[in-house]
Write a protein that binds this ligand. Structure first.
Ligand SMILES: Cc1cc2nc3c(=O)[nH]c(=O)nc-3n(C[C@H](O)[C@H](O)[C@H](O)COP(=O)(O)OP(=O)(O)OC[C@H]3O[C@@H](n4cnc5c(N)ncnc54)[C@H](O)[C@@H]3O)c2cc1C
Length: 398
């Protein structure tokens, strides 16, 4: 019998397994695939996130100092800082590294093991697993659900499912003359979201997008557009798909279990980045589980502390981000172009770049600053007052 079973050998599962194994818990990580299979992620993280990961520098593919953000009309705003603003990581390589580290800390890994269901008992949990066409049961003191977006385990445990999400698509492409990240906005490329071309090295890049529906069609148009513009050499690269939660689960804990990462919906609704917030929440989960094991109390009441703790860190940020995303979704191309125009004309992006409030991970403050900015406030006023008020309200109770 293990102390803790972690379901999912993705980034949050392996990070959690390492921390728990280091604390001396007997940990088993189960994954229906093998750690390092995830190819639908760009792997862009901040310096803070990189430090938290303590990953092998070999997984860093590129430092990002600057980006060009294109409006629907094709004009762009360039943001540039001297120091690197983000790092592009080899996501499969990172996941393999994190799994190897957790194993070196003592965690046991069982790949190709699908967890079909979880039964909660007074003194233990049972995970019903399927491996090599055989079903078997595993017991442990507690379970961490790190299954990524869309697993039915949360629903089985009575936590429901996240219905608000974005479709993501990405391809590894060969590019020409692209030396900084490009972001594309507008209804033709990625309605309600954005698309990207992120260079990783001299001639390689990751091209991808988020959208509400039809990811295959939008991705095929994006690749065609980039090839027509001569930015990438072909338009028929293999594409990987994945979904990103835009809202969190209402409840992320219960008797003898916690839910972390994309399974809990801990991703930024503004950009879809989920690695950093998943890791921050995983750290909180480990602290709470450790204290709960020590107290001999793994009741739902006790594990509620996990939810309180991650929400204290993320709730306001996620709420502002969610409403900012909804606001953006309602804008048409003309309105987006107008906002670009105002930002450019008043040098708003430049003043924000020097602001200490602008960080790669925390967007709440800068969103609030932006909508309060005199020139933007005037332009935005006519758009959608209700939603602007919700953004301003942030996570604060009404
Ligand atoms: C196109 C795209 C681009 C992205 N780019 C970025 C980015 O640049 N930066 C960023 O921070 N985030 C990015 N993200 C988001 C990021 O990929 C996720 O937030 C992150 O992978 C979540 O990690 P996780 O550990 O919660 O889940 P995952 O990495 O999805 O891992 C879940 C694991 O659980 C396993 N599993 C699921 N169900 C079961 C089961 N029943 N039994 C056993 N195993 C199971 C799966 O096989 C998987 O290995 C992107 C996402 C997409 C789709």
């Amino acid at each position: 019998m293990f102390d803790i079973v972690v379901i999912g050998a993705g980034i949050t599962g392996s990070f959690t397994a390492s921390l728990l194994a280091k604390l001396g818990y007997r940990v088993c990580v189960l994954d229906k695939q093998v750690a390092g299979h995830k190819t639908s992620c760009t792997g862009i993280v901040s310096k803070e996130c990189l430090e938290l990961l303590q990953a092998n520098p070999a997984v860093i593919q590129q430092e990002a100092h600057s980006a060009r953000i294109f409006s629907p009309s094709g004009s762009f705003i360039r943001v540039d800082r001297e120091s690197p603003q983000a790092y592009v990581l080899d996501r499969p390589g990172l996941d393999s590294f994190m799994a190897a580290r957790a194993q070196s800390c003592g965690a046991e890994y069982r790949p190709h093991t699908l967890v079909k269901s979880i039964d909660l008992h007074d003194n233990y949990i049972t995970a019903v697993c399927r491996h090599a066409r055989q079903d078997y049961e595993m017991q442990a003191g507690a379970v961490v659900i790190a299954t990524g977006f869309g697993s039915n385990l949360t629903e089985q445990l009575g936590l429901g499912r996240i219905n608000h999400y974005a479709h993501g698509a990405q391809a590894e492409v060969t590019c020409r003359g692209i030396d900084e990240t490009e972001v594309y906005c507008g209804s033709a490329v990625a309605p309600g979201f954005f698309a990207w071309l992120v260079p990783v090295g001299k001639s390689q890049a990751k091209a991808g997008l988020l959208c509400r529906n039809n990811p295959r069609e939008y991705m095929s148009s994006l690749l065609k557009k980039l090839a027509d513009e001569g930015k990438i050499v072909r338009d028929d690269y293999p594409v990987n798909y994945g979904n990103i939660p835009l809202k969190t689960l209402g409840k992320t804990y219960g008797k003898r279990f916690v839910v972390i990462g994309d399974a809990a919906g801990q991703a930024k609704p503004t950009t879809g980045g989920g690695i950093y917030f998943g890791l921050l929440s995983a750290s909180e989960a480990v602290d709470v589980l450790d204290a709960s094991f020590k107290a001999g109390d793994l009741s739902a009441r006790r594990l509620f502390r996990y939810q309180q703790r991650w929400q204290k860190i993320l709730r306001e940020e996620l709420t502002i981000g969610y409403w900012a995303h909804r606001f953006y979704q309602k804008l048409d191309d003309r309105q987006i172009c107008h906002i670009f125009d105002v930002i450019e004309r008043h040098g708003i992006h430049e003043s924000f770049l020097t602001s200490p409030d602008i960080t790669f991970d925390w967007h709440g403050k800068i969103i609030i600053e932006a909508i309060k900015h005199r020139s933007l406030q005037r332009s935005l006023a006519g758009f959608n007052r209700g939603m602007l008020a919700r953004i301003r309200q942030g996570g604060r109770p009404k």
